[in-house]
Design a protein around this ligand. Structure first.
Ligand code: UTP
Length: 410
């Protein structure tokens, strides 16, 4: 892109200050900045602003969804197990690790998966996740593809780390990386930050774009070639979750639905997890901050809360249904973040407090685009140990406790 075109593009979006230091840059840096301007989709800023941080809550019409709960799962365990193993054994299931996030709340510069949660030995988050998947590989008697989503910010270091550790025992040919896209990050007024004099501040565009990024990076060729029909998407930070577990796969596959969502019983009325429900009759997830008192307190005739099953970011999608919805736009969420930037004097600032927004689409918004979804209850003490923060709720400390309770030596 030439300077003139870049100028016009920025002018259209009111972002001309991004060229403030252009004249000071060397030729290579100038070229890189123009290329970045060419690649950046500034329209997300407008969409993000429209949506705000609490998109469309008011237009929702929430009703309860029926959840497959533990007693039923226990009663049909053998049936589900067998059905799931058949899918796995035939190579029709793959796992997708969402590891493109910045993990800013954990406060480490390295990718979250590289965090060592061990106490008397090293145990990296990636290692623990791979151990979980290896158990299924062993049972299925074949390798399961593990697609790993990274972002421009952590790609090289993630790939290098896993390679150095020999993929923690996983078969390298079955680990396939792809990069998600980036979105510009702004101050509270919507002005895009510069992170260097010749570099726009960008941030990974959320975990909702994973399937589109798989398509753009040619990963669907592998999926088609291998006859993969189910994709189990999971977050990097829940160190207890079962991945591609036969019973979940079997329950979803034999229910004939387009997707399954693992859910847990909330441990408090207002626990900060998205809750499964129907919205206008379609399976959906209502975010914790959209829950009104009325929804939080709604009960059935037995006094059971109607909206008490929270999602844990572990979904099984039927791939062919995703292809049908891949071109549909997901809502954008404006998320408050700490964004390193260059100030008006050209000094680099690493803020201690959030100073603006990044713009993200979320995997949970894909559910509503699909015709049906099976919410599948897992026992939270056995499958939910997310690591979001350093201490307190959903932290390294709480996850360690849960891992130990499950017999994992740290
Ligand atoms: P979180 O919502 O916890 O975001 O991600 P985060 O960026 O990792 O952490 P904070 O908010 O900065 O502390 C949930 C899952 O989605 C992935 C994360 O890697 C994690 O597995 N994710 C998130 C992506 O893959 N890409 C993104 O752009 C955002």
């Amino acid at each position: 892109m030439e300077y003139k075109e870049a100028y016009q593009k920025l002018e259209r979006y009111g972002q001309l200050p991004l060229l403030k230091y252009y004249e000071e840059l060397g030729q290579a840096e100038q070229k890189a900045l123009l290329a970045q301007i060419a690649q950046t989709d500034f329209s997300v800023l407008e969409k993000g602003k429209e949506a705000g941080s609490h998109p469309a809550a008011l237009e929702k019409e929430i009703t309860p969804i029926s959840v497959m709960q533990q007693p039923e799962i226990a009663a049909r365990k053998a049936e589900f197990h067998q059905a799931g193993l058949a899918e796995l054994h035939a190579g029709r299931v793959a796992a997708v690790l969402l590891a493109g996030g910045m993990g800013t709340r954990l406060g480490s510069d390295a990718p979250k998966g590289m965090y060592n949660i061990g106490l008397t030995r090293t145990l990296y988050i990636f290692e623990q996740q791979i151990q979980n998947l290896l158990e299924v590989v062993k049972e299925a008697g074949r390798w399961i593809y593990l697609f790993v989503m990274t972002s421009e910010k952590n790609h090289e270091v993630t790939v290098q780390f896993l390679k150095e550790h020999a993929y923690f025992g996983y078969q390298p040919e079955y680990v396939v990386f792809f990069r998600q896209e980036m979105a510009p990050a702004t101050d509270y007024e919507g002005a895009v930050y510069l992170e260097e004099k010749g570099r726009i501040a960008t941030s990974p565009n959320g975990n909702g774009g994973w399937f589109l990024s798989m398509e753009k990076n040619g990963i669907l060729d592998v999926v088609h070639r291998e006859g993969i029909q189910w994709l189990n998407v999971f977050a990097v930070d829940n160190v207890l979750q079962r991945i591609a577990d036969p019973e979940f796969v079997g329950a979803v596959a034999s229910s004939g639905v387009a997707c399954g969502a693992k859910v847990i019983r909330k441990n408090a009325r207002d626990e900060r997890v998205g809750v499964m429900c129907l919205n206008h009759g379609r399976p959906s997830i209502v975010e914790y901050y959209e829950m009104t008192d009325e929804l939080l307190d709604a009960v059935d005739e037995q006094g059971e809360r109607l909206y008490q099953f929270g999602v844990i970011l572990n979904y099984l999608f039927r791939e062919e249904d995703l292809e049908r919805i891949v071109k549909q736009e997901l809502p954008l969420h404006q998320v408050e973040k700490k964004i390193p930037y260059i100030d008006t004097e050209g000094k680099k600032i690493n803020p201690e407090q959030p100073n603006g927004y990044k713009y993200e689409s979320l995997v949970l918004d894909m559910i509503e685009l699909l015709p049906d979804c099976l919410p599948y209850e897992v026992v939270r003490e056995r499958e939910f140990a997310p690591i979001k923060n350093k201490t307190g709720v959903d932290s390294v400390e709480s996850a360690r406790k849960l891992l130990e309770q499950n017999g994992i030596v740290l």
